[in-house]
Design a protein around this ligand. Structure first.
Ligand code: ZN
Length: 413
């Protein structure tokens, strides 16, 4: 069936509604991880994006707020951000999108009724419902081998829900190596801060064994805005001498999320991190020097987006992904997606959810689809205006590539 300017909008709407999404970066956990898997309206209302927005309005002390239970914290953010004024920010709007899609009466503003709805479901039932509503087929977790609670689950569980896949997060290794050494030693890996030949072997063994244990799809780290590669620092050496050899041997990408400025206001805890402009030279160096390695890269600063897209034109071993964290605003997602598509065609991953609470999948993907759909509509319209023919199957193929296919192709490459 041919798509034309008359039926393009409807065809796109249907394909976006039907597409099966692979969400390549989240902080969600399979149900086997118990309380690590966050869900429910109190978690939704105390998401760190909303906590930061709450403190724009309150005079309450940080300590006082954080000493309260989740429910009491949620009461406060609900009152301040949703009742005392209209919920205009993207994170605020997201709460409404999620509750509305779950069939709750958003107009009634009845937090008690929302809590009762969640109380009536088990974690497993709720995950099924949200994956169905959001169209997400596969959720990639963030798995921290240095986290004791998580480690215990991996050591005691043989199978996990197959809709959830592992990704090995190595932030502690790269951002606090002395601490990582102590934690590795507890697990029987004799790595020392001096990073001599024996330690390099032990760090590699640690990574290799963990990657295998979690069937990790990739290794990942979030890195500060000041991240430099190849500068001989411990961090750079760990990447070049430990991480990249293990990634190459297992044929898995290294995902780099560059541009976090940690704890600008520590009193805000998880909400206290900010953004800084990263150095694209670090990405260029790694992609050029290690052509046998694959890199998934996202950067946090809006100012880095154009040069990152250009860098992806230069290196087939670089796949750029997502509009991360502070970039996940519809206006910025649209700008960035448009620029990426004009620069790279369909060879990128437009979005990941970064969800920390299960039902955030609903709003993050609904909003992302609306924006990506808008860009696709304009781009297909341009092709049709040039008398290009487009079939429904081709349109479905392209949409599937953007929302999952490109990732899996890169993983298997
Ligand atoms: Zn994240």
């Amino acid at each position: 069936m041919l798509v034309n300017s008359g039926n393009l909008r409807e065809a796109l709407r249907e394909e976006l509604a039907a597409v099966k999404i692979t969400d390549i970066h989240t902080h969600l956990f399979a149900p086997e991880f118990g309380d690590l898997c966050l869900w429910g309206v109190d978690e939704l209302l105390t998401y760190h994006y909303l906590v930061a927005e709450f403190f724009r309005w309150t005079r309450m002390g940080y300590g006082e707020f954080f000493s309260l239970g989740k429910g009491a914290q949620a009461d406060l953010t609900w009152e301040e951000l949703f009742l005392n004024r209209s919920p205009m920010s993207e994170a605020q709007r997201g709460v409404l999108t999620a509750l509305n899609a779950l069939g709750l009466d958003v107009g009634a503003r009845d937090l008690k009724a929302y809590r009762a709805f969640f109380d009536g479901l088990s974690r497993e039932e709720f995950i099924d419902l949200v994956l169905e509503l959001s169209g997400v087929e596969c959720v990639v977790m963030t798995n921290d081998p240095f986290d004791l609670v998580e480690r215990k689950v991996w050591e005691s569980t043989t199978t996990i829900d197959s809709r959830f896949r592992g990704a090995l997060r190595v932030d502690v290794l790269l951002n606090d190596f002395p601490h990582a050494c102590r934690l590795m030693l507890e697990q029987g890996y004799e790595a020392e801060e001096s990073l001599g030949p024996k330690s390099i072997g032990e760090v590699q063994r640690f990574l290799r064994e963990w990657l295998e244990r979690i069937s990790g799809l990739y290794l990942a780290a979030s890195l500060p805005a000041g991240f430099r590669a190849g500068d001989g620092s411990v961090r750079a050496r760990l990447i070049e001498e430990c991480i990249l050899p293990v990634c190459e041997e297992a044929n898995v990408p290294l995902a780099l999320m560059i541009g976090a400025k940690r704890q600008v206001n520590p009193k805000l805890r998880l909400a206290g991190d900010s953004v800084g402009k990263g150095d694209i030279a670090a990405v260029e160096y790694l992609c050029a020097r290690y052509p046998q390695n694959k890199f998934l890269v996202t950067m946090l600063s809006r100012e880095n987006q154009h040069e990152l897209a250009i860098t992806a034109r230069k290196f087939p071993n670089l796949l750029i992904f997502g509009c991360w964290w502070f970039l996940n605003n519809p206006s910025l997602v649209e700008e960035i997606t448009r620029m990426r598509m004009e620069t790279l065609g369909l060879a990128f991953i437009p979005q990941h959810s970064d969800a920390r609470v299960v039902e955030q999948l609903i709003y993050k993907w609904k909003h992302a689809k609306e924006v990506v759909g808008k860009v696709l509509y304009d781009k297909y319209s341009d092709l049709l205006a040039a008398n290009w023919t487009l079939t429904r199957e081709e349109l479905a193929r392209d949409v599937q590539a953007l929302f999952g296919g490109n990732f899996w192709r890169f993983i298997k490459k």
